[in-house]
Write a new protein. Sequence first.
Length: 246
Amino acid sequence: DVVALDAAGNITKSKIRFFYQDKKYRISKIKLDGQSRFLNEKIPELAQQYAKNYDAMSNLEKMKFVNENLREANEKIISQIAAKVEIDAAENFSVNKFYPLKNGKAVASFGDHRYYTFEDKDVSESWHMGIDLASTQKADIIANNDGTVEFAADNGIYGRNILINHGFGLFSLYGHCSSLNVKAGDSVKAGDVIANTGVTGLAMGDHLHFGMLVQGIEVRPEEWMDNGWMKDNVTGVLNAAKKMVE
C-alpha cells in the first residue's frame, strides 16, 4: 500500500498493482587455472590490500576472499550510502535518461550469474549488479543528471568508485575508474566529466561499471538508459502525480 498523510492528519491508502516478470539472466562459467591472469595477478593484488592473513592464503583462498567476503563488504558500503532518501526532494525531482559513456559498448549486463571453476569444480560464484560499458582507454565518464557526490574513493572490487545522489532515493554508481574528478560533497551538473574509465578493482580490461540504485537496492541500469521505459515508469508517473496534488 501507498499511504499519504496531510498536515491535518488525514490518511489515504491506495493499493498499487504490479506485474511480475521472470527475467532470464545470463549464466557464465569462468575457468581458473595455473595460467589465469585473473587468478594469479588481479586476485592477489586485491587480497594483499585487504586480507589480514594474505601470506597464509592459497590463490583459491584469495579468490574466495575477494569474490565473496570483500565483495559483500563493498556492496554493504554502497547499499548503506544509497539508502538515503530525501522526502522533501519529491516536489522538485526530475531525471533524464542515463548514458555515462559516449559510444560505450555493453560487455556485461545486470544480473549475470558467474560461476568460477577450478579443475572442473565450482569454487565461487557472483552476480553482476550493473552494466559494463567499454569504449576507449581512460574515456570520459559523464554525469547525465544533476546530483551530489556522496562517495568518491577506493572501494575494493569496485576500484575507484563514485556514488551520486540524484534525490528522491535515486543513486548512480561508477566503478573501476582510473581517476576521479570529484570528491564527496561536490555538486555535479549534467554534462560534467566526473571520472575516467580504468582497470581499478576487480577489472581486467578498461571499462566502466555503471549501476543504479533506488533506496539502496540495485536495479537494472539498462532501464534507466531507455527513454521509453523512463517515460512509462518514472517521469510519466511523477508528472501525473504532481498534477493530482496541484
